[in-house]
Design a protein around this ligand. Structure first.
Ligand code: SF4
Length: 312
């Protein structure tokens, strides 16, 4: 574990976050995951334009934002609009790069060719594995064709073949059993052992939003801590575990997560587009709380240092 010494000579442990801003090319998505608080139906959304994106990026200059998270709903792979959708995502990455930001795209299922093209305009990319159990195809993913577990695993594998520094994760509390979580985490560990490209794994507890159909309960703190303990055992040491502080939103709980091995708080953004009911805490306040408890919160890039040579 990396340690630093702060001015008061107290020894602090490091925890990281990414100062980020999210660009959403489109909220439209042909999948309909029942827990989704993000999507609009196909054709019901005006896509982001490059001019608007440029305006937003100019407004972010000098404000400490480094990561531009490009987060999108999915256009069907066979739709005539797929190419326009993909080109917009590519152009946003290129634009962000040209303005000195670090783009990280997480835009759902991609073909191998799309993934290889996007690699050029991203410093890292991401896709949640979510859960591997096919049971969810009968429940929360009944109307979500790109949530077929084999397709998700294939994305992780392609990212490895393409040497893309990759972020993935599991969604917790969407109807899976504890053993399903173990299987999902083991699958991530196995792929990483082969390609060494998974930089971080997000443990994302389900937290109820106001726009969804899913009738589940929030993932319990007890189960979250148990899962974290198991994840730290299963995942190789060079994979960082990330927990989203806005979904935990409890100081003691956050500190327990750190004690059990979480070392990153993810992108801290003005609006969590996936969980719009859960705002992030103020970073300075978070820093203070953590420092009082022996943790120093430091910014990081969306690509982890061990992949700098690969990316730059
Ligand atoms: S969770 Fe993602 S894939 Fe599922 S409907 Fe929402 S935007 Fe689409």
């Amino acid at each position: 574990m990396q340690k630093i010494v702060v001015e008061n000579k107290a020894e602090c442990k490091l925890i990281t976050y990414s100062p980020a801003f999210t660009l959403v090319p489109t909220y439209e998505c042909f999948n309909r995951c029942s827990y989704c608080n993000f999507r609009t139906a196909p054709y019901q959304d005006l896509w982001l334009t490059l001019d608007k994106a440029r305006e937003i990026l100019i407004s972010l200059e000098g404000k400490g934002v480094t990561e531009i998270l490009i987060l999108s709903g999915e256009v069907h792979p066979h739709s005539k609009r797929r190419r326009d959708w993909f080109n917009l995502i590519y152009d946003l990455g290129e634009l962000a790069l040209s303005m000195g930001f670090f783009p990280h795209s997480n835009v759902g299922w991609l073909t191998y060719e799309e993934m290889s093209l996007l690699k050029v305009v991203n410093v890292s990319m991401g896709l949640m594995l979510e859960q591997l159990t096919p049971k969810l195809l009968d429940t929360v993913h009944r109307h979500a064709p790109t949530k077929i577990p084999e397709l998700r695993l294939q994305q992780l594998q392609w990212a490895g073949e393409l040497k893309i520094p990759f972020t993935t994760g599991v969604l917790l509390g969407i109807g899976e059993l504890p053993e399903d979580r173990v299987n999902s985490l083991r699958a991530i560990a196995l792929i990483h052992k082969k390609y060494k490209h998974i930089q971080e794994v997000i443990l994302q507890p389900y937290a109820k939003g106001s726009q969804e159909d899913y009738l589940g309960e929030n993932f319990s703190q007890k189960e979250m801590l148990k899962t974290l303990e198991i994840a730290r055992e299963i995942l190789p040491d060079d994979i960082t575990i990330q927990v989203p502080p806005n979904l935990i939103n409890d100081e003691k709980m956050l500190l327990k997560c750190l004690e059990l091995g979480a070392r990153d708080l993810g992108g801290i953004v003005p609006k969590d587009e996936v969980n719009p009911n859960y705002d992030h805490q103020n970073v300075e306040e978070l820093k203070e709380i953590l420092l009082k408890n022996g943790w120093q919160l430091k910014p990081r890039l969306p690509v982890y240092p061990q992949y700098y040579d690969q990316t730059f």
